[in-house]
Design a protein around this ligand. Structure first.
Ligand code: HEC
Length: 180
């Protein structure tokens, strides 16, 4: 219908052509900010960063969620509630593999996340977390075992390449976690 109407208008004269284009020149002239007023354009959003160090994320999230999963793979959860905890831990692994691709406040974080290998190792950890999620949802302890092996390999590969002997912020794994 609209095209027919436009074609009809073109037949009448050239000026009504403007009525058919999505941005009429008159409107565009009104909307375009004057060159001398750059303040009207919105500022570019600052890049997303983590408010704590990647060292802290390792200890408080990555390690916290992975340890119970390995214990579950060793001795299968006995209740539906415990399986649900395994499922939640697996979500945390899948997400933290993506989260650690953002820099935090640690002195080396920006350099680490800029390295292509870092991204590959972190993606691998996330994929292992997704395997653990499938296993936990199916309450399949064998599959959880296989996912756990993939997970630990992802930690070790990255630590070998990037983690020195000392942690950058002095934050270490708790020796008493998980609680008995
Ligand atoms: C993409 C790389 C990468 C992956 C994957 C990774 N880590 Fe880390 N991790 C590091 C780096 C680098 C540090 C040192 C951080 C610092 O010192 O600022 C670290 C530090 C840690 C620490 C604190 C230091 C310590 O020894 O107590 C723990 C705990 C830890 N990681 C556990 C894990 C576990 C468990 C996994 C796997 C489920 C894992 N990490 C996967 C890179 C990684």
């Amino acid at each position: 219908m609209r095209i027919t109407a436009c074609l009809a208008l073109i037949g009448l004269s050239l000026s009504p052509l403007y009525a058919c284009s999505p941005n009429k020149p008159a409107e565009m002239a009104q909307q375009a900010p004057p060159v001398s007023a750059p303040a009207t354009s919105p500022p570019a959003a600052p890049p997303v960063t983590i408010p704590v160090s990647l060292n802290a994320v390792m200890v408080a999230l990555v390690d916290h969620a992975s340890e119970p999963l390995w214990l579950d793979a060793y001795e299968a959860p006995k209740t539906a509630d415990r399986w649900r905890e395994a499922e939640y831990n697996a979500y945390q692994m899948a997400v933290s593999g993506k989260l650690i691709q953002l820099p935090g406040s640690g002195p080396n974080d920006a350099d680490w996340v800029a390295a292509p290998e870092w991204k590959a190792f972190a993606d691998e950890m996330s994929a292992a977390g997704m395997d653990a999620l499938t296993a936990a949802q199916a309450k399949d302890v064998n599959a959880l075992n296989i996912a756990g092996d993939r997970l630990v390999a992802s930690c070790e590969t990255c630590h070998k390449k990037f983690k020195g002997d000392l942690t950058s912020m002095g934050i270490y794994k708790s020796p008493n976690y998980p609680p008995k």
